[in-house]
Ligand binder design. Structure first.
Ligand SMILES: Nc1ncnc2c1ncn2[C@@H]1O[C@H](COP(=O)(O)OP(=O)(O)O)[C@@H](O)[C@H]1O
Ligand SMILES: CC(C)(COP(=O)(O)O)[C@@H](O)C(=O)NCCC(=O)O
Length: 333
């Protein structure tokens, strides 16, 4: 199994955030302790009850992690939102326009299957919503833009769910453009992990939020070169900030298998579950099955498509084996 390098070459940094050894890099890297200090004296904005709700399926996400890692991150993002608002006002003055409301601040959140994107996105959503300047934070996952199973089957790519070509990329791009055009209401399709397919009759409606978090495997993919040789737009062209959640490949694989084992005890038992056949597997059979799915779909997608987009993010959260964030790497301004 190949290892995803911790940071691209030339991006090492000392714990205090300055590039070491005279190396010049466009990133500042902060070890956990230095990053945690940036939380300042502010009280945590989430109650223990809220943290319990946010935990998803894991249990390592505790208040300490919230305070030391996600609180500084939400403060930093809040700074970007405020700066973006100021720039918006100044641009409108420059253009001699009567200031229309600014468009939502869009945050892209990328990373492997099972690295903790959904958990991170839900934490950020709750934390950002606590700041009075931007109370309305929407979260949209890109799985709603997967092609329906019938279409994936027609194209012979049902086994490549999550690869860039398994999405309706045009619809996803239109969704982000509509958000950044300031449309009052924008709809997105919904994917169900239970039925393993897009729900044809259900939509999520995003109504003039202050912030939209768009979470998904491929949100940092660069624009594609079209058949006519021209390069199109990418959803990331419309991001105001982007985050990549990163970890060692061996850890992510273990988290994937562990989650599969937990789902075998819970969601797979639901009669409506596409995976109900897995509920009857023994522990060892379930480990084998999860490993097969990981090795044939999710790891190749991570290595070929997802990990190469890491250095495009404004910020990388690098996790240790227990999900705790070991360092944060931020693009310089
Ligand atoms: N910060 C965290 N602390 C503890 N457990 C976590 C954390 N982030 C994710 N997990 C656990 O790791 C697994 C994968 O996380 P999830 O958010 O579902 O990943 P993704 O959305 O990237 O597929 C889940 O079992 C989740 O509960
Ligand atoms: C739905 C996903 C493609 C993730 O989509 P995303 O929201 O990141 O766009 C992924 O979680 C998935 O189900 N992959 C298929 C292979 C597997 O079962 O792990």
């Amino acid at each position: 199994m190949s290892e995803v390098p911790a940071s691209p070459s030339g991006t090492t940094g000392s714990p205090n955030g300055s590039a070491s050894g005279g190396e010049v890099s466009p990133y500042v890297e902060l070890e956990r302790a230095a990053w945690a200090e940036l939380a300042g004296t502010a009280e945590t904005v989430l109650t223990p009850d809220e943290v319990v709700r946010l935990r998803g399926l894991g249990d390592a996400l505790d208040l300490r992690e919230i305070e030391q890692v996600y609180l500084p991150l939400s403060r930093l993002l809040s700074l970007y939102v405020a700066a973006n608002s100021r720039l918006h006002r100044e641009q409108e003055e420059f253009l001699h326009r009567v200031t229309p409301p600014r468009t939502p601040f869009v945050i892209g959140l990328a990373g492997s299957v099972a690295v903790g994107k959904s958990t991170t996105a839900r934490v950020l959503q709750q934390m950002l919503a606590h700041w009075p300047e931007h109370p309305h934070v929407e979260l949209v996952t890109t799985d709603g833009f997967l092609l329906p199973n019938a279409e994936l089957e027609r194209r012979g790519i049902l086994h490549r769910k999550g690869f860039p070509e398994s999405y309706d990329r045009k619809a996803l791009l239109k969704f982000v453009i509509d958000i950044k055009s300031g449309r009052d209401e924008v709809e997105a399709p919904i994917y169900s992990h239970l039925v393993y397919d897009v729900l044809p009759d259900e939509k999520v409606v995003v109504k003039r939020p202050d912030i939209v978090i768009i979470e998904g495997l491929n949100v940092l993919q660069p624009a594609r070169v079209r058949d006519d040789g021209r390069t199109g737009l990418a959803v990331s062209d419309f991001f105001d900030f982007s985050v990549y959640v990163d970890a060692a490949l061996t850890d992510i694989k273990r988290w994937y298998v562990d989650r599969f084992l937990r789902l075998r005890e819970t969601a797979f038992r639901d009669p409506a579950s596409y995976f109900r056949k897995y509920a009857a597997l023994s522990h060892d059979e379930a480990v084998d099955q999860a490993t097969r799915i990981w090795d044939s779909i999710n790891e190749p997608n991570l290595v070929q498509n997802v990990a190469p987009t890491r250095s495009r993010a404004n910020l990388v959260l690098r996790k240790d084996a227990d999900h705790s964030v070991r360092y944060v790497r931020l693009r310089k301004l």
